[in-house]
Write a new protein. Structure first.
Length: 295
């Protein structure tokens, strides 16, 4: 039977009890609306640790659009049932006040002094398009790590820049080890996302151009191309026509993050893109230099 808690302090007590018994905790932070991508992370956490626990919290600090925050799907009870089937032993949620009981101002916003510096990996791309997003991510993830004190924490590669921010945070805290798992995909290659449910059937058919564009960049790399501008061009070609609103399609060295696209030939590369399809914003990425696109 999975234990569920609505308050972070109760979840922290459960985690402390497990650690006192010598149990190693695998932790998967989520915002709920769970899909197969999340569940793969949970299964791995359960396999590699004594207990797996999951947070389900729609973090207002990382939304730059209040409307996007309000419409984000929420179903804690349904998510908990899925987690129990995957081997999770505990799931918890909370409120901003519950995570920061003495940190809110009179208007119920978080005291800016409590915001975490997301570090250099937050520069460019998502960090530039969504000001404050990665500070919001780093702030709540730090609090989650402090509450759970996991042996390992699991994140998906789909949010690649976020994984770099979280890894930098874990280094500063000196814990926990961060496990980045390959992006879970639909049979046609589209990355699984909680936002996919908002796509119309026509938009869903068009979205298959995203994995195809990533594959075109991989083919360019396999053909021997190493110049960032040419790799990016191959990535963009399949996404240049309407109805896509392309926000970026570019490459980076995954081991040496830069705000701007590198100019020199790359020894390793990750292709990243973000676009809007109707009202839905989608992101994806893949490693060009590895056999399967995973890092």
């Amino acid at each position: 039977m999975i234990a569920t808690f609505a308050e972070p302090v109760a979840a922290a007590r459960w985690c402390a009890e497990q650690r006192a018994r010598g149990r190693k905790l695998g932790f998967v932070p989520t915002m709920g609306a769970l899909h197969e991508g999340h569940l793969q992370l949970v299964r791995r956490a359960a396999e590699e640790n004594d207990e797996a626990c999951v947070s389900i919290f729609v973090n207002p600090l990382q939304f730059d659009d209040p409307a996007d925050f309000e419409r984000y799907p929420r179903d804690f009870a349904g998510d908990a049932r899925l987690l129990e089937e995957c081997g999770a032993r505990m799931a918890f949620s909370g409120t901003l006040e519950g995570f920061f009981p003495r940190g809110l101002r009179p208007d119920r916003s978080l005291d800016p002094r409590l915001l975490e510096d997301p570090g250099p990996a937050a520069q460019g791309l998502e960090g530039a398009l969504r000001p404050g997003h990665f500070a919001g991510v780093a702030t709540i993830v730090r609090r989650l790590f402090e509450l759970v004190a996991p042996a390992r924490a699991y994140f998906g590669q789909k949010d690649f820049q976020q994984t770099l921010v979280v890894r930098d945070l874990a280094r500063r805290l000196t814990f926990p080890p961060i496990v980045v798992c390959p992006t879970a995909r639909e049979p046609d290659g589209l990355a699984r996302s909680s936002r996919n449910v908002f796509l119309t059937s026509q938009e869903r058919d068009l979205a298959v151009a995203i994995p195809r564009a990533l594959e075109a960049a991989r083919e360019c790399w396999r053909a021997g191309e190493r110049r960032p501008a040419e790799l990016s061009r191959a990535l963009r070609e399949g996404l240049a026509r309407p109805p896509f609103e392309l926000q970026y399609a570019t490459v980076r060295d995954p081991e040496r993050w830069t705000a701007d696209e590198p100019r020199e030939p790359l020894e390793r590369a990750v292709a990243l893109l973000a676009l809007r399809l109707g009202a839905v914003r989608l992101i994806d990425n893949c490693a060009l230099h590895t056999q399967d696109g995973a890092l």
